[in-house]
Design a protein around this ligand. Structure first.
Ligand SMILES: C[S@@+](CC[C@H](N)C(=O)[O-])C[C@H]1O[C@@H](n2cnc3c(N)ncnc32)[C@H](O)[C@@H]1O
Length: 288
């Protein structure tokens, strides 16, 4: 963790600024948080947890890591980077937070693209990846040492109010009020959700009847002084040709828990499948 990254952080217990000394973050009320040997910091106090190990399990994290590393969702990472580069041409994108960053695939890719296409600002860029799952953050910390990886909650982001230029939230759990509180005026929120046809072929195997729900509109943000500035649909097909890859996809999605045993068994018995990937990127500017 660099002093610049630490400078924006607040104590999750009393919201006082945190100061970095040695390998510890400490506030003036003497609450202290160790920076783990792997480089991340846990800013999720036990009283803010609803279970012993909240968020994605180690099994889910490993499945997502293998699936994403194989490049199946690379077009989503590319679309994310293109959208952020567009934003960065018009207004500063210096301080970025990935809310629900998982094992860090998208934030890592985004930072690599920004470094490649906008190298001038890269050295001073400050980035945070926040996830409620310690297992996810542990993996993320191995991936990119430039990011400040934090075990924390989207509901109480441990950064100063109005300190961020951009919050990204992919397939996650946006907390609208908290996000707008942490953004500077003119900052942006970029949200990625599944579209109605996302993985439709797999859902048809798993469920007797498939509901095609449209992606959320996030209209709550409009009431909080944001406006939607762009929307982009990303659609492509992928071919999964091993049972292991299909298993990994199943484990990293909510279908693993929503589906009946029969539905899961049907998916697990597949040796190959061609799938539609359908996602929507929405960008909101916070103008108030
Ligand atoms: C579907 S995964 C998406 C991960 C990553 N954004 C990606 O697309 O690869 C959702 C992530 O949100 C995390 N999560 C769930 N509730 C959260 C919360 N309240 N605050 C922060 N992260 C949360 C989970 O641990 C999990 O890593």
């Amino acid at each position: 963790m660099t002093p610049e990254q630490a400078d924006n952080l607040i104590c999750p217990l009393c919201q006082m600024p945190l100061n970095l000394a040695q390998r510890q973050l400490t506030c003036n009320n003497r609450h202290s948080f160790d920076i783990a040997r792997q480089g991340y910091v846990n800013l999720l106090p036990v009283q803010h947890k609803k279970s012993r190990s909240p968020g994605d399990s180690k099994l889910m994290v490993q499945a997502r890591k293998s699936f994403l590393q194989a490049g199946f969702y690379q077009p989503i990472a590319k679309a994310l980077s293109e959208s952020v580069i567009e934003l960065a041409k018009a207004s500063p994108v210096h301080t970025i937070l990935d809310a629900g960053s998982g094992e860090g695939y998208y934030l890592d890719n985004l930072l690599l693209s920004l470094a490649e296409f906008m190298p001038d600002n890269s050295a001073t860029r400050v980035s945070y990846g926040v996830d409620i799952s310690k297992d996810a953050v542990l993996e993320a910390a191995k991936r990119n040492k430039q990011v400040s990886w934090i075990v924390g909650s989207n509901a109480r982001l441990p950064v100063k109010d109005h300190s961020l230029d951009l919050i990204i939230c992919l397939f996650g759990f946006p907390c609208y009020e908290e996000f707008t509180r942490k953004l500077r005026t003119g900052g942006h929120i970029l949200i990625v959700d599944s579209g109605a046809d996302h993985l439709i072929e797999l859902r048809e195997v798993i469920y007797p009847e498939v509901k095609k729900s449209p992606p959320p509109q996030h209209t709550e943000l409009l009431a909080l002084g944001c406006k939607e500035v762009s929307q982009r649909s990303v659609r492509f097909t992928i071919s999964l040709d091993t049972a292991e890859t299909i298993h990994n996809l199943l484990v990293m999605t909510p279908h693993m828990y929503k589906a009946s045993q029969a539905g899961r068994d049907a998916a697990e018995s597949l040796e190959s499948i061609e799938l539609t990937v359908d996602v929507v990127l929405r960008v909101f500017a916070c103008i108030d």
